[in-house]
Design a protein around this ligand. Structure first.
Ligand SMILES: C[S@@+](CC[C@H](N)C(=O)[O-])C[C@H]1O[C@@H](n2cnc3c(N)ncnc32)[C@H](O)[C@@H]1O
Length: 284
């Protein structure tokens, strides 16, 4: 199970603008990725249309909810590794999702209270909830933006001048890589890799295609309802790390990426076979 929330409400600051409610772009009749994922995780920041999609998709895809929880759990393990073992103290969390339990800044700042985190999400509700739920300080920011426009993200005031890309940093596409379509994924991910200096890390998790029909089926349902959704082979996921060096155990099923307890690789559940994860370091 995911641990109980550990909200460190005094340490977070959000962008300067006054929260706008409801955001102009909000459409109550159309599901969004962030809200449907929140519904899958049992969160409260979603509407009936998101819950309906989460419920219906879960009926077709056994283990879908479990895979969402697994993804949150590897996010915690990954950030813990990056702060504790790799000494990282700057995180650009792309496609960060709605605030839930054990958010990136909470895990990172528990290890290093000065670790800086910028959350980016295309769903305006993310920034609204971020600003509303989290109190002010100098080490965490949230902004609305489209990951597919790296130049806009990297030059945004919330990122530029707040994260120092002349020092090692972490770029995260956790539960996000599979929303980048085949026609943009290479250019987008390489643009983020290129901004990093040696010693930096890339942390990605993705819907995978290892030949199990439900994986492509989930991608299809996601594309039909949420516009983007692409299941990639392990080799295709690995290719997105470019010439970075994967840290052990490489790109693996998410449950097998540095698990907290024993996991039998030969006995993974359907949900544990939906996603893969990896972290790599830029060496040169
Ligand atoms: C499955 S959630 C993952 C949330 C979190 N990173 C996690 O792993 O728990 C994917 C998030 O990516 C966001 N997203 C999808 N496409 C995006 C894009 N082009 N730009 C920014 N965010 C995007 C969605 O709004 C959603 O919040």
């Amino acid at each position: 199970m995911i641990q109980e929330p550990h909200h460190d409400l005094d340490r977070v600051t959000m962008a300067d603008e006054t929260p706008e409610w409801p955001p102009a772009e909000l459409d109550f009749n159309k599901p969004t990725i962030a809200r449907a994922y929140d519904a899958l995780l049992g969160g409260k920041d979603n509407f009936a249309v998101d819950r309906a999609l989460a419920d219906q998709t879960s009926e077709f895809i056994p283990g879908l909810r479990e895979s969402a929880v697994e993804n949150r759990k590897v996010l915690v393990r990954g950030i813990r590794y990056l702060t504790r073992d790799a000494g990282m103290d700057q995180f650009l969390d792309l496609g960060s999702g709605l605030p839930t339990v054990e958010n990136t800044h909470e895990v990172a700042q528990r290890e290093n209270p000065d670790a800086r985190v910028v959350y980016v999400d295309i769903d305006p509700l993310v920034a609204v909830h971020g600003r509303a739920l989290l109190a002010s300080d100098q080490v965490t920011r949230v902004m609305t933006g489209d990951v597919r426009d790296p130049q806009a993200i990297l030059s945004a005031p919330e990122v530029k001048g707040f994260l120092d890309f002349s020092r090692p940093a972490v770029i995260m596409l956790v539960g996000m890589l599979h929303y980048l379509s085949p026609d943009v994924v290479d250019d987008v991910v390489s643009a983020y890799r290129d901004v990093l200096v040696p010693g930096s890390h890339l942390f990605m998790t993705s819907l995978v295609d290892t030949g199990i029909p439900q994986q492509q089926e989930l991608a299809r349902i996601t594309r039909e309802n949420l516009e983007e959704g692409w299941a990639r082979t392990p080799a295709e996921i690995e290719a997105q790390f470019g010439d970075f060096e994967l840290v052990d155990p490489g790109v693996t099923y998410t449950a097998l990426w540095r698990p907290d307890g024993p996991v039998d690789p030969g006995n993974l559940t359907p949900g544990e076979q939906l996603g893969m994860s990896g972290i790599a370091i830029k060496l040169h």
